[in-house]
Design a binder for this molecule. Structure first.
Ligand code: FE2
Length: 418
């Protein structure tokens, strides 16, 4: 196989290097002159100092829901999570495996065009036919050369609030789902919510799976299932293998409680996934003014050394009408909503949509290291601040040394002469 040398790569916007790729893996990093001597037959591409980043990792999306915004008979007039779940419940019976896959493919292609190579999709398993799960298991195999897809067995209508929900989650794990999901704040009672978290851990331990709960996706400051998830992560030795998605209520917790929980989160090594556009749309709906921003404490979690990633969550579904799979858009929103806008914070921000998501997904073979799969993307920017400011496009995506997407940036033609 031909060796490729990529010269003048601005690795993660932090370090100018050249590197060689051989047999689909990173073979060497260093000065171009040395690499050229080491691999005299190599093909060469000059990346011209553009940001060369680890591929984007979207740790939270619902690929079985994409482009269904108009499917339920009733539109989600209130813009709330709970009305959307009710409307979805009425619509989902009519779906077929073929139709779900067809829609998901459109989203996957959009994600690939945006440099996304790692995706964790929550799949609704509160359906006795498990139609969406079957579609996603097929999709996972079919896109493998372009994308690493992780499937969450997600009981959208609850482990217990939906009759047979827990059994369906278990069935989904047996069929090949990678991650146990849950939605404790949607169960009927606080006790059921805690029981659903316990059941989730029991299943994860039984089948050796990861965990990722939709957790406290509400402005209710009394919604505190994140503490149960942290405790069970810690006591079951699942540090690094479990995640709390959303945790919007943390934006409403009093500081004394939030401060106490930070040290517990650290002990638990809990991963946090924040969906900036989705939750600033869904939350604050019961506020008049002032209106809450709806997202978790990204700045405090990050300062405390916790792993936080930004994710898309929805593309045009009953929960959120927009979305396009571009994580640079989520990064832009996430930094604004989190008040993380100092220059050093922006310079260090690509991690929210790359490394941190991959870490949550427990991807081992990730990063610029000799021997790792040569998976990377090139952005149309030579520094991170410009990349974020312009939501720069991904112009090249390479996976296992193979070019899977190349894009020509738009040319602007003008008539002015100044
Ligand atoms: Fe979600």
């Amino acid at each position: 196989m031909t060796v490729m040398i990529y010269k003048n790569a601005n690795l993660n916007g932090k370090e100018m290097k050249s590197f060689a790729v051989e047999n689909g893996r990173f073979a060497a990093f260093g000065e171009f002159s040395a690499l050229e001597k080491q691999y005299p037959q190599a093909k060469i591409e000059d990346l011209k100092g553009r940001i060369t980043a680890c591929p984007f990792a979207d740790a939270h999306i619902h690929l079985d829901y994409v482009y269904t915004a108009s499917l339920p008979a009733k539109a989600t007039a209130s813009g709330t999570l709970f009305e959307a779940i009710d409307n979805w419940s009425e619509a989902k019976d009519r779906l077929t495996t073929e139709e779900i896959k067809k829609r998901a493919y459109i989203a996957v292609k959009q994600q690939i065009a945006c440099g996304v190579q790692y995706v964790r999709t929550h799949v609704d398993v509160t359906d006795p036919k498990l139609t969406a799960l079957k579609a996603m298991l097929e999709l996972k195999e079919e896109v493998r050369d372009y994308m690493t897809l992780q499937i969450v067995a997600f009981p959208q209508e609850g482990f217990f609030a939906y009759k047979g929900g827990a059994e369906l989650v278990e069935e989904a794990l047996k069929m090949g789902a990678d991650v146990v999901g849950g939605i404790p704040h949607f169960e009927f009672t606080r006790e059921d919510g805690v029981a659903s978290v316990k059941k989730g851990f029991e299943l994860a331990m039984k089948y050796d799976k990861l965990l990722d709960f939709h957790c406290d996706e509400t402005d209710d400051d009394q919604s505190r299932f994140v503490e149960s998830i942290a405790a069970l992560t810690y006591f079951n030795g699942m540090q690094g293998r479990s995640a709390a998605s959303h945790t919007c209520a943390m934006g409403s917790y009093n500081n004394a409680y939030a401060f106490k929980m930070m040290s517990k989160f650290k002990k638990a090594g809990l991963n946090f996934i924040v969906c900036p556009t989705e939750n600033c749309y869904l939350q604050g709906r019961y506020d008049s003014y002032p209106k809450r921003r709806g997202i978790s404490r990204v700045d405090e979690l990050t300062k405390n050394g916790l792993n936080v990633s930004f994710a898309q969550d929805s593309i045009s579904d009953p929960w959120y009408p927009l979305g396009n799979g571009n994580l640079m858009h989520q990064l832009d929103f996430g930094l604004h909503l989190s008040h993380m806008m100092s220059i050093p914070e922006i310079e260090d921000s690509l991690k929210f949509v790359t490394d941190n998501g991959a870490r949550t997904m427990c991807i081992k073979d990730y990063g610029f290291k000799c021997g790792n799969s040569a998976n990377f993307v090139v952005l149309d920017a030579d520094n991170t601040v410009d990349a974020v400011r312009n939501t720069s496009e991904t112009v090249l995506s390479v996976r296992e040394g193979r070019e899977i997407m190349r894009k020509e940036p738009a040319k602007v033609l003008t008539s002015y002469s100044f």
